[in-house]
Ligand binder design. Structure first.
Ligand code: UT7
Length: 333
C-alpha cells in the first residue's frame, strides 16, 4: 500500500510549467529612420506616424539566428539560476533558421555544451513562433515529457527583407529572446491557445525555395500591409478574449499585456478592444521594430528586468504572424 502510494506521488504529473528566467539579445548595429531615408523614398515622420518605429537592430556580417539565440539563452539561464545541463529540451520558434537542417536548436545545444535528453528542434510559425513554442513546451512539461525547457524566439528577417521596398523594409529588425520553463506545482502558465489558417498565405509570405541548386520564387518577404493590419487586430483581440474565458479570468484581472511588436497602431487597437490601458502594455516596437518570433520574449525580458513584471503578476503574451498563425498564453508569473 505504502509502495503504491509512493509510486503514485513520484509519478504525479506537474500541475504547471513556470517561467523561471528570461533573457534577450539584440545585435549592436542600429538602423534608424534617418538611415532608411538614405535608402528608400521615406521619412521619419511617416514611419513614426504609421508604425511607431524609430530604430531596429540588424545583425553583423556573419551573425546568425543561432548566434543571437545562444546569447539570449545565456542570459535566461543566468536569471533562472540553473546550470545549463539541467535543460532537457530546446525549442526555437524561428522562420529564419541558420540552415534547412540541422535545426538551429541543435546549434544552440552544442554551443551551450550540453546534452539534452529530450530533444532540440525548431518550430516555424513566423511571428507567432514563440507563442507556438511556449504552448508546446507547456504541454510537454505537463505530460512529463520534459522538466526544464529552453524556449527561444529568434529571427534574422533582415536576410529576407528587400531594402529597396519602402513598404516592408521600414518594419523589421533582428533579435532573440529566451525563457526557461520548468515543471512546478505552483501556478505558472494557466493556458495557451494557438491557431492557423493557411488561406491567408498570399497577404504575408516569403515563398523562396531552392530546387536542384536554383532559387525559385520571390527571394524576399512580401506583404499586403493593410490586410495584415486588419487580420492582426481581429486575431489578437479574439484569441485573448477566448483564452481568458477558457482560463476563467476576466480581462481586467490581467496585469500586463505583452503583444507581438508589429506596429504601434496594431498594439493600440488591440489594447482598446481588450479594454486595457496602454500603461499595462509592454511596448518595444519603437526601438526594436518587428523582430518576428523574437518580439514577445524580447519585450517580456525587458519588462521583467526593469521590474515592471513581478512574481505573481498575471501576464498575457500574444502574437500573430504569417501562415496565418496566431496564439496566446496566460501566465501567473
Ligand atoms: O508581423 C506582421 C508583419 N506585418 C505587419 O505588421 C504589417 C501591418 N501593416 C502595417 O503596419 C501598415 O499597413 C504599413 C505600415 C505597412 C503601411 O501603412 P498604411 O497606413 O497601411 O499605408 P498604405 O500601405 O495604405 O500606404 C499609404 C501611402 C501609399 O502612398 P499613396 O498610394 O497613398 O500615394 C504608400 O505608397 O503611403 C505610401 N508608403 C510610404 N510612404 C512613405 C508606403 N510605405 C511608405 C514609406 N514611406 N515607408
Amino acid at each position: 500500500m505504502f509502495l503504491f502510494f509512493a509510486f503514485k506521488v513520484y509519478h504525479m504529473v506537474a500541475k504547471f510549467s513556470r517561467i523561471i528566467g528570461t533573457g534577450s539579445y539584440l545585435p549592436e548595429r542600429i538602423l534608424s529612420n534617418k538611415d532608411l531615408q538614405e535608402m528608400v523614398d521615406t521619412n521619419d515622420e511617416w514611419i513614426v506616424e504609421r508604425t511607431g518605429i524609430k530604430n531596429r537592430h540588424i545583425v553583423a556580417e556573419g551573425e546568425t539566428t543561432g548566434d543571437m539565440a545562444y546569447q539570449a539563452s545565456l542570459k535566461a539561464i543566468e536569471m533562472a539560476g540553473i546550470e545549463a545541463k539541467q535543460i532537457d529540451m530546446i525549442i526555437i520558434g524561428t522562420s529564419s533558421p541558420d540552415f534547412f537542417f540541422p535545426a538551429t536548436a541543435c546549434y544552440v545545444q552544442d554551443r551551450l555544451g550540453i546534452k539534452v535528453s529530450k530533444g532540440a528542434f525548431d518550430m516555424q510559425a513566423a511571428c507567432s513562433g514563440f507563442m507556438y513554442a511556449v504552448a508546446m513546451a507547456d504541454s510537454l512539461i505537463k505530460t512529463e515529457m520534459a522538466k526544464t525547457i529552453l524556449v527561444i524566439g529568434a529571427d534574422t528577417l533582415s536576410r529576407i527583407v528587400d531594402y529597396t521596398d519602402r513598404g516592408t523594409c521600414i518594419l523589421f529588425g533582428d533579435g532573440a529572446g529566451a525563457a526557461i520553463l520548468q515543471a512546478s506545482d505552483e501556478a505558472g502558465i494557466l493556458g495557451s491557445q494557438i491557431y492557423a489558417d493557411g488561406s491567408y498565405t498570399s497577404i504575408l509570405n516569403c515563398e523562396t525555395r531552392i530546387d536542384s541548386g536554383k532559387i525559385i520564387g520571390h527571394p524576399y518577404l512580401t506583404m499586403d500591409g493593410q490586410s495584415v493590419f486588419k487580420f492582426a487586430v481581429k486575431a489578437l483581440s479574439g484569441v485573448a478574449k477566448e483564452l481568458a474565458d477558457k482560463c476563467g479570468i476576466t480581462l481586467d484581472e490581467i496585469d500586463w499585456v505583452v503583444p507581438h511588436q508589429a506596429n504601434m497602431r496594431i498594439i493600440e487597437s488591440t489594447a482598446r478592444s481588450l479594454n486595457a490601458s496602454m500603461d499595462k502594455v509592454i511596448v518595444t516596437v519603437d526601438q526594436h521594430g518587428n523582430t518576428s518570433a523574437a518580439s514577445i520574449p524580447l519585450a517580456l525580458d525587458l519588462a521583467v528586468r526593469d521590474g515592471r513584471i513581478k512574481r505573481g503578476d498575471l501576464v498575457l503574451l500574444e502574437g500573430v504572424g504569417g501562415g496565418f498563425t496566431w496564439g496566446a498564453s496566460l501566465i501567473r508569473f
